[in-house]
Design a protein. Structure first.
Length: 130
């Protein structure tokens, strides 16, 4: 399982790659394994406001329909619409072409509340042990 060091992580198994005041958001390798192959993805439109810890989209797999919970607040400046046509990309490349949205952060302090790769790895290890 991958835990790229250049990302921050939420307890809802999303990663955040900070690029100035913008952030790319996607699902983690752990989430990908737990969810299985994505069949359908619903993402927010450009200009929509994300609120930290609130749903902003869904992923549907053969196992379940899962809400995507925003790791930070902000305005959607880009949405990976190719995932709607090819949802398997989410499973095949979660840290690359499988990114979900790009957001202009409305509260830069929220980045400090996210976990680094080591802390997220510990969280996942604890959940696997349950």
């Amino acid at each position: 399982m991958e835990f790229p060091e250049d990302r921050l992580y939420s307890e809802y198994h999303l990663w955040v790659k900070q690029e100035g005041d913008q952030a790319l958001i996607g699902i983690t390798d752990y989430a990908r394994e737990e969810l299985g192959e994505a069949d359908y993805i619903e993402l927010p439109d450009l200009g929509e406001k994300l609120t930290k810890n609130k749903p902003f989209g869904t992923v549907e797999t053969s196992k379940a329909v899962t809400d995507l919970i925003a790791p930070i607040s902000g305005i959607v400046v880009d949405s990976n619409t190719s995932l709607v046509e090819s949802p398997e990309t989410l499973s095949d490349d979660p840290y690359g072409d499988g990114w979900l949205v790009s957001v202009e952060s409305s509260d830069p302090e929220e980045f400090e509340e996210l976990m680094d790769a080591g802390s997220y790895k510990e969280l996942v290890a604890g959940q696997d042990a349950e």
